[in-house]
Design a binder for this molecule. Structure first.
Ligand SMILES: [Zn+2]
Ligand SMILES: [Zn+2]
Length: 104
């Protein structure tokens, strides 16, 4: 499984603990999203089938994974987020903090 990272905003000190992109597990696909309504980063779980769609890229069209939504509200608008990307609160480029797992 993938590793999560801590991302920090140097401007407003917002912190998020996310995978920072698309993360393929055995049966699930984790996608990091930046929710515009919550102004937060989340790891959302995409449909299993979208993993196949993404890997094969059938007609060259690289569609976004399906089935993902903001965990707070499915109607929220969000953008796919790849770390280190922009802070969902103030738009400043975030920096990578310490790695999440296996840290003592
Ligand atoms: Zn910020
Ligand atoms: Zn949201």
């Amino acid at each position: 499984m993938g590793q999560k990272h801590e991302y920090q905003c140097p401007q407003c000190s917002y912190e998020a603990f996310v995978s920072g992109g698309m993360d393929f597990g055995f049966e699930t696909v984790l996608v990091t999203i930046s929710c515009r309504d919550c102004a937060e980063l989340f790891d959302a779980v995409a449909d299993e089938r979208s993993a196949e769609i993404c890997s094969t890229g059938d007609d060259g069209e690289h569609g976004a994974p399906t089935g993902i939504a903001c965990p707070k509200n499915a109607k929220h608008t969000f953008d796919l987020w790849e770390g280190p990307g922009k802070c969902p609160k103030c738009g400043t480029k975030m920096i990578v903090g310490r790695p999440g797992s296996c840290w003592d």
